[in-house]
Design a protein around this ligand. Structure first.
Ligand code: THU
Length: 141
């Protein structure tokens, strides 16, 4: 098995992005019409997906990334580590993870965790979670 620090191959990145795009088709987004999918690649090479699920009480909306990560924990347990996460939307728009999702990704990340996200022109960019959330909240009590 590849170590966590091993870069993903182009094929693995494409596979993960396609899983995210497929998951976006399940989005429940009758309010924003912004359909998002996320695919999480775990350190054991398992892929778990999620989509956004909105609510008439708007603030109860669950983002695709949070949906994927909570599903990953539910299916694989609390020790999961995220090797990479791909985000897609069906709106041909740029979509980086929101602040709350960055904190959720951080909770299960390693220093090498990479996020792949779409740009407005259809290309993808990537960044580490440390780059996207350089000052994550840590519970020190
Ligand atoms: N959304 C996500 O699924 N992930 C993000 O990181 C940002 C926003 C969703 C929430 C809502 O259903 C829609 O996109 C518009 O904000």
């Amino acid at each position: 098995m590849l170590s966590a620090a091993q870069p993903l191959t182009p094929q693995q990145i494409t596979d993960l992005q396609q899983c995210a795009a497929k998951a976006a088709h399940n989005a429940y987004a009758p309010y924003s019409h912004f359909r998002v999918g996320a695919a999480v690649l775990l350190s054991d090479s398992t892929i778990v997906t999620g989509c956004n699920v909105e609510n008439a009480s708007y603030r109860l909306t669950t983002c695709a990334e949070q949906n994927a990560i909570t599903s990953a924990v539910a299916q694989h347990g609390p020790a999961i580590r995220i090797r990479a996460i791909a985000i897609a939307n069906l709106n041909s728009a740029a979509s980086q993870p929101c602040g709350a999702c960055r904190q959720t990704i951080h909770e299960f990340s390693t220093p090498d965790t990479v996020i792949y996200f779409p740009n407005a022109d259809g290309s993808f960019s990537h960044a580490t979670i440390a780059e996207l959330l350089p000052a994550a909240f840590l519970l020190n009590k």
